[in-house]
Ligand binder design. Structure first.
Ligand SMILES: C[S@@+](CC[C@H](N)C(=O)[O-])C[C@H]1O[C@@H](n2cnc3c(N)ncnc32)[C@H](O)[C@@H]1O
Length: 230
């Protein structure tokens, strides 16, 4: 599996990542909601100046990044690329951004390290400050082992930052998102369309991670989770 076609070759421009959104941007995004939530791929929304779904989740996660980051299920490595691009504006450390890395089992381009499984990753204990799972835990068949692996890779006090849609939003969304990456590959029987909050909390608990924050974004359709290694 190679190529960026499922993700789009461009990056969301800084204006679409700025938070909080201005009143004008809120209004424009609301008027354009049918286009950006269902009809257009991310790059198409962005070309109309609308905040894409990928820009929404990247903006939610970028402000939570601390130190050296591992992004699991990184797709085209957009988060790490944006971390490097936006580090100065967000007052994050460019050296940490440069040392950050994305991993995925498929090669979508963008410079990820390609791995066989997220249950056993090629890094030492406690070497990351933040481990991210952005829109991917539902797609990772070995998700419980992957979250435990994240806990191993985090320094004490380090944090997991994850986004996830619920099951109902996931079933409806994946019918609408004709461009999503799962259409470009075979689905594993253990993949889910989304994970509910209860399932996410069980995953963190089974890895002995303490949940610190749960926020919603995209009109409550998506959730951000932050959990700390004790
Ligand atoms: C919906 S995409 C999200 C990509 C990226 N995080 C983003 O937000 O744009 C889900 C990703 O999970 C990846 N994936 C599927 N199985 C995986 C596994 N076992 N370990 C790591 N990543 C996996 C897919 O290849 C895909 O890149």
């Amino acid at each position: 599996m190679t190529g960026t076609h499922a993700f789009g070759a461009t990056e969301p421009p800084p204006a679409l990542l700025a938070r909080p959104k201005s009143a004008a941007r809120h209004l424009y995004d609301l008027v354009g909601a049918p286009l950006r939530l269902a009809l257009l791929p991310d790059a198409g929304s962005e070309s109309l100046g609308l905040t894409s779904l990928r820009a929404e989740r990247m903006a939610a996660v970028l402000v939570e990044l601390r130190g050296r980051v591992l992004d699991v299920g990184a797709g085209d490595n957009l988060l790490v690329r944006l971390y490097r691009r936006e580090a100065v504006r967000l007052r994050l450390d460019p050296v940490d951004a440069a040392a950050s890395v994305g991993v995925d089992v498929h090669d979508w381009g963008g410079g990820c390290v390609i791995v066989r499984s997220s249950a056993a990753l090629p890094f030492g204990d406690g070497v990351f400050d933040t481990v991210c799972f952005v829109a991917c835990l539902n797609h990772i068949p070995e998700r419980a082992a992957a979250v435990r692996e994240a806990a191993r890779l985090l320094r004490p006090g380090g944090r997991v930052v994850a986004t996830m849609i619920g099951r109902v939003v996931g079933v409806v969304g994946h019918k609408l998102w004709w461009y999503s990456e799962d259409k470009q590959r075979e689905m594993h029987h253990e993949e889910k369309w989304g994970l509910d909050e209860r399932e996410m909390l069980e995953l963190f608990e089974s890895a002995d991670l303490a949940v610190e924050k749960i926020d919603s974004f995209v009109y409550g359709l998506n959730k951000l989770y932050v959990a700390r290694r004790r």
